[in-house]
Design a protein around this ligand. Structure first.
Ligand SMILES: [Zn+2]
Length: 114
């Protein structure tokens, strides 16, 4: 397992996610400084509300992923990367290939999410 490469990929991924979040925020109608004085019809309001909510959901998904990656990087720094944060067993490499930011082995993940 090439930790340096994984760390590099994490950093690239983080930059990508941050870029996506910026773009999403710019697309948010509520982000518009003119919004408060906007006298749009109720229809437009509902549409903007929905667009805003969709963006919020996407943003929270992205920021969760960002958090996971940040935590994975700090595990790399403290030499705990690839070790389950719950049972301290090695996380199988196959799993890390699929989910590089995984903090738990499959068993623990199942127990934590069910
Ligand atoms: Zn475990």
């Amino acid at each position: 397992m090439n930790i340096k490469k994984i760390e590099f990929q994490f950093k690239e991924e983080m930059a990508k996610i941050k870029g996506q979040m910026e773009k999403l925020k710019m697309g948010d109608p509520f982000q518009d400084p003119d919004h408060v004085i906007d006298n749009a019809s109720v229809d437009t309001d509902v549409r903007e509300q929905e667009a805003h909510q969709l963006i919020e959901v996407e943003l929270s998904t992205l920021s969760k992923r960002l958090n996971d990656i940040e935590r994975a990087i700090s595990r790399i720094n403290s030499k705990k990367y690839g070790i389950c944060a719950r049972c301290s067993r090695d996380i199988p490499e196959k799993r890390l290939e699929l989910l590089p930011e995984a903090a738990y082995c499959v068993d623990c993940e199942d127990k934590l999410t069910s």
